[in-house]
Design a protein around this ligand. Structure first.
Ligand SMILES: Nc1ncnc2c1ncn2[C@@H]1O[C@H](COP(=O)(O)OP(=O)(O)OP(=O)(O)O)[C@@H](O)[C@H]1O
Length: 840
């Protein structure tokens, strides 16, 4: 590899906004307030470097299987080293939509650099990482993350294959080459919290050695190597001083050594011999839990993995508490750690029945720069993190349920929040727009990325895509996200900036030496620093009163914190709801307008087409009608007159023929062959007559022919008319038949009607009879009642009986006598009438 020397690139950002730490949740004034960045170079030196987030695109070559499949292979077109065009496949949803006039089928995107499928691992490293590693060795922090769909080549880009390493082994190689000859091999100075260094005592150093040995021993395949390493580590731990030259890599040309030393002497430590110590960590974020992939003890004993917490130091920088940092002294050792981590990751996956790529993995390298002295001072700490994000589309492509669904949701969520953070960062750069909250704290991934986006270091994004047509929609989504990311301007604060200055802390966690080598330990402010918001105070040494007081204070603080958080949450929710509502309204309005437009245009088109067809049909019908009229219409008088004329002419022709024959006969009789006997005058006369006759005959003949033609056409017309007449007759005959049938039906219906009317009459009669009978029945009832009364009265006396007898007699009609013998025949007659009517 060709490592060209060069200083840390700093592009002058003019008039851009510093978005750092704007997301301060508590509403406190953050140390790095939002401000407009001045142009002056010196001011930049003080505040930081501004440059757009670098976004690289790497296009994976087609695999054998993909080449053999019949998928379209022209979806991704690399236009130039910065531009790529995405062409929607023929059958895709995007293409169908674009054909309907919704959206486009071709999208163009620009990147910091585009690496085509033919790019080698070495070329890719040269084009992307070299600058970051140079800055890292000079003391800058760096974050590199790969983003892409499954199978797009993220892991290949970071880790590579055993034969052809990715950016991680190459970065390690470059780092070790640069520090070769000046490696600090003791383990008594160890990274601590987010940015500090802890001085370990002998026991702690031994512990470190044991942990490292245990971790390396877990890689069973390399037992021999590991044991060697353990022996080496153990021996190194006990040594007080080791000649740094003894660890010089033999693989690097000696002429690079001078360059290396120059590279490390930066800032306030120029021309000063330095030593470096390299520590690595490897963790994963799975289901929103952070796990240490070096937690080999838990894994080997098949225990539940310990969940790690993300904490913040005084400067608000997040770090993973209790994450193992292991001292490595060569690329090989670091790669072993990577291998162990990968193995643990997959082991954990098997145990939990999951896929490894369903978690985000972060490999971090911390480089401690120390002065080259027996008691070295800390000159700087820089961190490089390489993050392999989980495949972005797994969430919707896996047939997820149960645990799988949870994983998918968490991947989706963390990537979504990363997208939101990047969008908010971009938006906050615009001085005219109201600055929005950056939701770094909403996912573990963004919490860990936050310091890098807030000035701690240089972030860089690698977008991996495959060219398959089947992944087009996801790739398009990815590209759109990348386009937003590319517009983010990063602020990178120099390491001298107070908030990132590392401290050397002792065994107890209290500071020993400040970052600046010129400031002694005495000058360092003597404050009882709570090194972490998460650090706990030893309460066993406090008195009862003190404890009570502390509890009270804590309670008050808690209430106040809760209140302020609640208020803030309410405020944020309100703002978000308002923004979302506004956005929804706007979207709705846009879409309804669009729909209305589309509807109107379609309606207009349809109406036009309809009118066109109507006109065409009308025209056609009119032309047909006219043709028919012209063809068939001949007035009958004209026809008859023509026929008479023809007959008349026929007759004349016949007469003329007869005359001609007669004359010819006459001439023959006169002996025309003796022509010399005819006088010249006769000859001339007969010639003239003959000619006259001839011409008349010709004229008549022509007229005859014409008339024949006319007759023919007229006959044809007559035939046509006859046919029409026949058809009309047929229709008429059918109509007559139908008429007969209908008349018959009418007759039947009339008969039915009559029958019904008769029935109605009978019913009326019966009703009258029933009412008559009813009346009779009533009368009979009355009569019976009076009879009953009579039977009850004889006991009342003779006078009363007589009165009633008189009354009954007066009511009886003349000629009729009272008594039962008279009533019976009347009743039987009426009953007979009733029986007859009922019978009827
Ligand atoms: N640039 C490349 N050249 C050759 N082969 C590649 C390249 N990139 C990726 N591959 C191959 O493609 C396959 C998928 O790559 P990789 O596993 O890195 O994808 P990934 O994006 O990490 O997938 P996942 O999200 O599932 O982990 C591997 O077999 C890898 O070797």
């Amino acid at each position: 590899m060709d490592y060209v020397e060069g200083s840390y690139a700093s592009s002058a950002g003019s008039g851009v906004l510093d978005f750092t730490c704007y997301e301060d949740l508590m509403g406190k004034t953050s140390p790095m307030e939002l401000s407009v960045i001045p142009n002056a170079d010196e001011q930049q030196q003080e505040v930081g470097i501004y440059q757009p987030l670098k976004v690289y695109l790497r296009v994976r070559p087609f695999s054998k299987a993909e080449l053999e499949s019949n998928e379209s292979q022209d979806c991704v077109i690399i236009e130039n080293p910065e531009t790529v065009t995405l062409q929607a496949p023929k059958e895709s949803f995007t293409m169908k939509n674009s054909e309907k006039g919704i959206g486009q089928s071709v999208h163009q995107f620009t990147f910091t650099k585009v690496f085509g499928p033919e790019t080698t691992q070495s070329d890719f490293f040269e084009g992307t990482m070299k600058e970051i590693i140079k800055a890292y060795i000079d003391g800058a922090n760096g974050l590199v993350f790969t983003y892409g769909v499954t199978n797009a080549g993220k892991t290949y880009t970071i880790q590579g294959s055993p034969k052809d390493g990715g950016i991680l082994p190459r970065s390690l190689d470059m780092i070790f080459h640069h520090i070769r000859g000046r490696q600090y091999l003791k383990m008594n100075l160890k990274p601590y919290l987010s940015n500090d260094v802890k001085k370990l005592d002998v026991t702690q150093v031994k512990q470190e050695g044991t942990i490292k040995a245990a971790v390396l021993a877990s890689l069973k395949e390399d037992i021999e190597d590991t044991s060697k390493s353990i022996i080496q580590s153990a021996s190194l731990c006990t040594l007080e001083s080791v000649s740094s030259s003894s660890c010089t890599s033999t693989s690097l040309p000696s002429d690079l050594l001078v360059e290396d030393s120059v590279l490390l002497d930066t800032g306030g430590t120029k021309h000063q011999r330095t030593q470096s110590s390299v520590w690595v960590s490897f963790c994963e974020i799975y289901n929103e839990y952070v796990y240490d992939l070096m937690d080999v003890l838990a894994i080997s004993k098949n225990q539940k993995r310990k969940v790690l917490r993300i904490c913040e130091d005084q400067g608000g920088n997040s770090y993973i508490k209790d994450l193992k940092w292991i001292n490595v002294q060569s690329t090989e050792e670091a790669c072993k750690i990577l291998k162990i981590g990968n193995k643990n990751r997959s082991l954990a996956c098997t145990r939990m029945n999951q896929h490894s790529s369903r978690s985000h993995s972060i490999f971090s390298i911390r480089l401690l720069r120390l002065s080259d002295e027996a008691e070295p001072r800390i000159l700087g700490v820089s961190e490089l993190s390489l993050c392999d994000l989980a495949g972005s589309e797994r969430c919707n492509k896996t047939q997820a349920f149960g645990d799988r669904l949870k994983e998918a949701g968490n991947i989706n969520n963390s990537l979504f929040i990363l997208g939101k953070c990047i969008a908010a960062l971009k938006q906050n750069q615009n001085p005219t727009v109201k600055h929005s909250y950056i939701p770094f704290r909403e996912s573990k991934l963004t919490r860990l990325f936050q310091p890098f986006f807030c000035g701690k270091g240089k972030a860089c994004m690698i977008v991996n895509i495959n060219q398959c047509a089947s992944a087009h929609s996801e790739t398009l989504h990815l590209m759109k996200f990348s386009a937003t990311a590319k517009q983010v301007i990063q602020t990178i604060h120099p390491q001298t900036f107070g908030y990132f200055a590392p401290k050397l802390v002792g065994k107890d966690g209290k500071p020993i030496v400040h970052f600046d080598a010129n400031i002694s330990a005495e000058e360092f402010p003597d404050e009882d620093i709570d090194t972490s918001s998460e650090e706990e105070v030893d309460i066993t040494i406090m008195t009862h009163e003190e404890l009570l007081k502390t509890t009270e204070n804590l309670k008050e603080t808690l209430v106040a914190e809760r209140q302020s958080k609640l208020l803030l949450e309410v405020q944020i929710r309100k703002e978000m709801a308002e923004a979302m509502f506004q956005q929804l309204l706007e979207t709705e309005e846009t879409w309804s307008k669009r729909l209305e437009d589309v509807r109107e245009s379609y309606e207009e088109k349809l109406e036009n087409t309809f009118e066109m067809y109507k006109e065409a049909i009308k025209k056609h019908a009119y032309l047909c009608a006219m043709e028919q009229v012209e063809d068939h219409y001949v007035p009958i008088e004209e026809f008859v007159a023509e026929q008479e004329k023809v007959e008349d002419r026929d007759r004349k022709i016949l007469e003329l023929r007869q005359k001609f024959v007669e004359r010819s006969d006459g001439l023959l009789a006169l002996g025309i062959p003796n022509s010399d006997m005819l006088t010249a005058e006769d000859k001339v006369k007969s010639d003239l007559k003959y000619k006259e006759m001839q011409s008349t005959t010709d004229v008549l003949q022509r007229q005859c022919n014409e008339k024949d033609e006319l007759i023919k056409s007229l006959k044809f017309k007559i035939q046509k008319l006859n046919e029409t007449l026949q058809e009309a007759n047929e229709v008429c005959r059918k109509a007559t038949e139908e008429n007969h049938r209908l008349t018959h039906v009418v007759m039947l219906k009339e008969q039915e009607m009559r029958g019904l009317q008769n029935w109605a009459k009978r019913v009326l009669e019966l009703e009258a009879t029933v009412s008559l009978l009813q009346e009779e029945l009533d009368e009979r009832k009355k009569h019976l009642y009076s009879e009953e009364l009579k039977e009850q009265k004889p006991k009342r006396g003779l006078f009363t009986n007589l009165k009633s007898t008189v009354a009954v007699t007066s009511k009886t009609p003349v000629g009729k006598t009272l008594g039962k013998s008279e009533d019976s025949p009347t009743m039987s007659r009426k009953q007979a009438i009733f029986a007859r009517k009922v019978k009827e």
